[in-house]
Design a protein around this ligand. Structure first.
Ligand code: AHR
Length: 322
């Protein structure tokens, strides 16, 4: 797939309306809702788009079927947020043969490069940042015994793989004890269920919980609260999360979550830019990384070094939440 496919697609468009198929992961988290809302407002009829939206409910088979449905409908562009990172080459070849350019957002596709552009986040960097923050924080607080429970995202999603690998790299380098690491499927119910079972197995043995998204952290908080375990800046357990959605930031501000590593859900404006470049015959970048921030409650560290680069920490205030 290249810019000439896009030009053909543009020629095939009905009048000026650009027809887009979007195979969204599902509705598992606040982050996902923000991503969907962003796409629906950018690719609106008012803005000259006809958006065919499919919520794939975290089911890879449904997602492949959705993409094939878009090919049948002969849409002009296909947007995919891939639930898992593999199993894509055959259907992307079908898109290419149909001359429909594919734009991948958020999670990556790791077994095919038959797409025009990818717009999203560096998940490994997020995991590394969480690890480097925990190292600096435990050093500052004089905590030398670090015993961690991880609640992972959906198995096989690049967000789960990158965050797991990045955090583990720092954990291994510092000799931390990762007691367990299980999936909560990026949902609040999953986070709560995994945390309840962790409490049965490891009560009294852990002092850090890493949740790979905010909704899992909300579930883990409910489970710890019910078991009488204190967490956050005044508690016995350091709680780390990813996403930094509005509710997540509120919990950082209240001190329930110690640190939250942002994953930006607002890819749609960047995707629109890619589409407009293709419409005008130019070739967009293959990879577009979005800017992200690391949010904390306490003003004891101003930055961390991630991959040799100094990265700022932002203390959450009401202004940031708003
Ligand atoms: O792919 C991005 C991840 O998926 C977000 O961290 C999570 O909230 C969502 O479900």
């Amino acid at each position: 797939a290249d810019a000439s496919d896009a030009a053909d697609a543009a020629d095939a468009a009905d009048g000026d309306v650009i027809k887009i198929g979007f195979a969204q992961v599902g509705h598992e988290s606040d982050w996902r809702t923000a991503s969907t809302n962003s796409a629906q407002s950018i690719f609106s009829a008012e803005n000259g788009y006809d958006l065919q939206f499919v919520d794939c409910d975290q089911d890879s088979a449904v997602q492949l079927e959705a993409v094939r449905g878009f090919i049948e409908q002969d849409v002009d562009y296909i947007i995919i947020d891939p639930i898992v990172s593999t199993g894509w080459d055959t259907v992307l070849t079908e898109c290419e043969e149909a001359g429909i350019p594919v734009i991948v957002i958020d999670r990556t596709i790791d077994d095919s490069d038959k797409y025009i552009s990818w717009v999203g986040s560096n998940f490994k960097n997020e995991g590394l940042a969480a690890g480097e923050w925990l190292k600096a924080y435990t050093d500052a607080k004089g905590i030398s015994d670090v015993n961690v429970l991880v609640i992972e995202g959906t198995t096989g999603a690049s967000a789960q793989i990158g965050r797991t690998d990045g955090f583990k790299e720092i954990a291994d380098a510092n000799g931390w004890n990762i007691l367990d690491s299980q999936t909560g499927d990026f949902t609040q119910a999953g986070g709560q269920e995994v945390m309840e079972s962790y409490i049965k197995s490891y009560e009294g043995q852990f002092n850090v919980v890493v949740c790979q998204n905010d909704n899992e952290a909300f579930g883990a908080m409910d489970a710890m609260k019910a078991a009488g375990i204190s967490y956050g800046v005044d508690g016995d357990v350091i709680l780390i999360s990813f996403d930094a959605c509005t509710a997540g930031l509120e919990y950082v501000m209240s001190g329930d979550i110690n640190a939250d590593f942002e994953c930006n859900p607002l890819a749609a404006p960047f995707v629109e830019d890619v589409i407009q470049q293709l419409e005008s015959g130019s070739t967009p970048d293959k990879e577009v990384y979005m800017v992200e921030h690391w949010y904390v409650n306490e003003d004891i560290l101003s930055s961390i070094t991630v991959n040799g680069e100094e990265q700022e920490l932002t203390v959450v205030t009401q202004e940031i939440v708003d």
